[in-house]
Ligand binder design. Structure first.
Ligand SMILES: [Zn+2]
Length: 201
């Protein structure tokens, strides 16, 4: 091996991140090696803290502070428990909260189905979602996965699972950029997509 072991292990660790191939991993590792001491230090402190200081809500799997059982949305008595909006990531919850128009609750899948990346139903919080839906209080499930190929496929899969329960299943209105991410949509477009949602056939 030509590289020192510590550098090689940094590259290997970076390669495990989504969207980072071997080339980007090497580039980032060499950048950190050359950068001022505090750049690497800040990153290592932030990495250590993020795991220690955050947790996932036990109800909806949104991000919350460490030590809390539920997130703010689940804890609030003002939210409509008959409506659940299913999203891919916690960042999508933030985007929808920014629109201020959604008063229901959320369920964060923590990813999307992706056969290419080997991500199947058991790798996502789908079992937990179906468990919540069986609770009986629910009237409508909004499938707000991204309008990408994986997002659509995940929504179709979920609809098949939910259909036998007799719940109303809706999908966000078109108008969101295809292939785009919910988290990057502007507030007005996103609010309109929620308002104009339609029942899945
Ligand atoms: Zn929650």
């Amino acid at each position: 091996m030509l590289l020192p072991e510590s550098l090689q292990s940094l590259i290997t660790a970076l390669e495990r991140l989504p969207g980072i191939g071997p080339k980007s991993a090497s580039r980032l590792a060499f950048y950190l090696l050359r950068a001022p001491e505090e750049v690497a230090q800040d990153l290592s402190v932030a990495l250590a803290n993020v795991k220690a200081n955050t947790a996932f809500c036990r109800e909806c799997f949104n991000i919350t502070e460490a030590g809390r059982v539920q997130c703010e949305v689940c804890e609030s008595s003002k939210r409509d428990s008959t409506l659940i909006c299913v999203v891919e990531e916690a960042l999508d919850v933030l985007a929808l909260e920014r629109t201020g128009g959604f008063q229901g609750k959320y369920h964060v899948l923590q990813g999307v189905l992706s056969p290419i990346e080997g991500i199947g139903p058991d790798d996502l919080k789908i079992k937990e979602l179906l468990g919540r839906l069986r609770d009986g209080k629910l009237k409508e499930v909004i499938l707000a996965t991204n309008p990408s190929y994986e997002g659509e496929a995940t929504a179709m899969y979920l609809q098949k699972q939910i259909a036998p329960m007799g719940l109303k299943v809706t999908r966000l209105a078109r108008g969101l950029p295809v292939g785009g991410d919910l988290e990057y949509a502007d507030e007005t477009t996103l609010a309109r997509a929620v308002e104009g949602r339609s029942e899945m056939p």
